[in-house]
Design a protein around this ligand. Structure first.
Ligand SMILES: [Zn+2]
Ligand SMILES: [Zn+2]
Length: 122
């Protein structure tokens, strides 16, 4: 008679990682990496959500109207912070923001399309 057997832990999906999976097939160490990079599925989902709000003026207030298929980016409100909300921005403003100017300062809170960003479950 065999007693109750515990299920063997599912191994992490990450190549050669010996840790047991704890979240979506990944271990404690690997489960957050794509989100931390800021360019995983979360980034693509945010971009898709923002695309639904187009046409929209550039969030930096430069006056450029951003439309589908045009050059626009899903910019972080706080540049370099992957957990911050995203807004639509023209490439020029986004590059300029990376150069130092904080988007938060130039951005009017009312121009944030919170509903378009979808729910953040982080
Ligand atoms: Zn792992
Ligand atoms: Zn702009």
């Amino acid at each position: 008679m065999e007693g109750r057997r515990l299920m063997p832990p599912t191994p992490c999906l990450e190549h050669r990682c010996p840790q047991p999976a704890v979240h979506r097939g990944r271990c404690q160490i690997h489960k957050r990496t794509t989100t931390q990079r800021g360019y995983g599925p979360e980034h693509q989902a945010a971009r898709r959500a923002l695309a639904l709000t187009l046409p929209m003026p550039c969030a930096y207030g430069c006056g450029t109207m951003l439309v589908h298929g045009d050059d626009w980016v899903a910019a972080h409100v706080v540049d370099g912070d992957p957990s911050s909300a995203r807004v639509v921005s023209c490439r020029r403003c986004n590059e300029r923001a990376k150069g130092g100017a904080a988007l938060g300062a130039a951005l009017r809170p009312s121009s944030l399309t919170r509903s378009a960003l979808g729910e953040k479950d982080l």
